[in-house]
Design a protein. Structure first.
Length: 214
């Protein structure tokens, strides 16, 4: 995940629908163009940066849209999300979108374009969080909105801790975790950096996406 996904300012995320039903919709607004990072794999068309985005539960029905999202992402963005060969990235999606393994959230524009995916994967008393945001939509609050919602889900499921696995030289995920109010601990491993945050000490404001600041 790129450092450019750190939000540049506040966004409004009004809640629609009942709290905690897994289908809440929250809206954010695009802010500024993201820096370059290589061309998307399909040379994707330029998105409308005046569009809002909303969050909703994702599942197997979103597989085709998620594959299209992969094709629009640059190799650098995919490498920041998946830590194996890039030609195997598509193979992870059926597992990630299967509700038996955790929860998935999709960030879609109001016109229906999938611009981000967030995953919460069960791991005993912990849960792994992972984000993928289309290059053109990075630094617009998509990643932090997804992460805020995932953290709230983990808290409702009484998970004690969330963690993310990233590349050692990539500061982006740590910045997004701090941006939503998490106190991050760093655990270097041989080829990766594990970032963890306990939820028992999570501030109230950080636990509620409806009050997220970016």
């Amino acid at each position: 995940m790129a450092d450019s996904d750190v939000p540049s300012g506040p966004i409004g995320i009004p809640r629609q629908g009942p709290r905690g039903d897994g289908h809440d919709q929250r809206y954010g607004h695009g802010r500024r163009p993201a820096p370059g990072g290589g061309a998307p794999r399909d040379g994707g068309s330029a998105p409308d940066m005046t569009e809002l985005f909303l969050l909703r539960a994702a599942g197997p029905v979103d597989l085709e849209a998620a594959l299209a999202l992969h094709r629009r992402c640059t190799p650098a963005t995919l490498a920041g999300r998946y830590h194996g060969p890039l030609d195997e990235a598509d193979d992870y999606l059926p597992h990630l979108l299967d509700p038996r393994h955790g929860r998935a959230l999709a960030a879609r524009t109001v016109s229906g374009r999938l611009v981000g995916l967030g995953h919460l994967l069960w791991d005993g008393a912990e849960a792994e969080v992972a984000l993928l945001v289309e290059d053109a939509w990075q630094r617009r609050g998509v990643g932090s909105s997804l992460l805020s919602a995932l953290v709230e889900m983990a808290s409702r499921e009484q998970r004690e801790e969330v963690y993310a696995v990233c590349r050692p030289a990539d500061p982006g995920m740590a910045a997004v975790m701090r941006a939503v109010g998490l106190s991050v601990e760093r655990h270097p491993e041989e080829d990766a950096l594990v970032l963890s945050a306990r939820l028992t000490a999570l501030p109230t404001a950080a636990a509620s996406p409806a009050r997220a600041r970016g």
